[in-house]
Ligand binder design. Structure first.
Ligand SMILES: [Zn+2]
Length: 281
């Protein structure tokens, strides 16, 4: 719990307190306005309740609510509209029909719509507009990323051909004669010279060390090329000796050798030497 968090809590508490006080004052204002409107029309309690629930819409509703009282022209006291005799002075009165029913219904409808719209805005996260958008929860952020990830992946696949390895750099220490074989995405060594000559050692494939196991003259095969090896073309394979004191030769893949590339490394002088070979197609 750090200082920033405590500062944030302080401001949140302050805002919540402010909202609470604002709500209470707003409720009080509504009660007073509703009461003052309703009193003149003979329905103060109803007007209070309406104003409390609907706010300014309640005021309008209360104001145009069917007016149930009027002023006696003789004594100026408030009497019911239907009254034929003033209950204060006994004056004969002509009953007046009620008014404002349609407008009241309209105000009630508008008020209800306003309340529903407000609650919908506050509690529906999808349709809350730009005000609530910046405070999106981590969950929605994650779902957004999850939605975007496959799209960008698909775009990569669509815009670029799948990447495959078209080049292998082989570095190896040779004593005598050995061969590198590449076929169907696999690479392995074959020991050609006498078995008392050292096996190929210090192997690097595209700069990464590889230590094969041996079964007689044949090594285990390596196929973990990232990305996988592209298939050999019918022609145009180049094998270049970058380092090494003696001879490197190769047989191109063909139907006769089942599309395998065979690279012969011959190191005649005594001892061994380091060979670096680049295969490209
Ligand atoms: Zn009167």
């Amino acid at each position: 719990m750090n200082e920033n968090y405590l500062t944030l809590r302080f401001w949140l508490d302050l805002i919540m307190a402010q909202l609470l006080w604002s709500s209470l004052i707003w409720a009080l204002v509504n009660v007073l306005v509703g009461y003052s409107i309703g009193k003149k029309r003979g329905h103060p309690v109803g007007a209070c309740v309406l104003s409390l629930i609907f706010g300014p819409f309640g005021w309008i509703f209360a104001a145009i609510w069917q007016k149930s009282i009027r002023t006696c022209p003789s004594c100026t006291e408030q009497v019911r509209r239907e009254a034929r005799v003033c209950r204060y002075c006994g004056e004969q009165l002509i009953p007046v029909p009620a008014e404002g029913g349609c407008l009241a219904a309209l105000a009630f409808l508008l008020g209800t719509c306003a309340i529903v719209a407000t609650f919908y805005y506050l509690f529906n996260p999808h349709d809350s507009g730009s005000v609530r958008a910046p405070v999106a929860s981590p969950v929605s952020g994650t779902s957004e990323q999850l939605q975007q990830a496959p799209i960008s992946k698909n775009q990569d696949v669509a815009s670029e051909p799948p990447a495959l390895t078209h080049e292998i750099d082989i570095a190896v220490t040779i004593a005598g004669e050995d061969a590198v074989k590449i076929q169907d995405g696999h690479l392995w060594f074959e020991h050609i010279s006498a078995m008392h000559h050292a096996m190929p050692s210090g192997i690097l494939l595209n700069g990464k060390p590889w230590q094969p196991s041996w079964h007689g003259r044949t090594s285990s095969s390596f196929s973990d090329f990232q990305p996988p090896l592209a298939p050999f073309p019918p022609s145009g394979i180049s094998v270049i000796k970058l380092a090494g004191r003696d001879t490197v030769s190769f047989d191109s893949p063909s139907t006769a050798n089942h599309q395998s590339l065979s690279i012969d490394i011959v190191d005649h002088p005594v001892g061994s030497d380091r060979y670096e070979i680049r295969v490209h197609w």
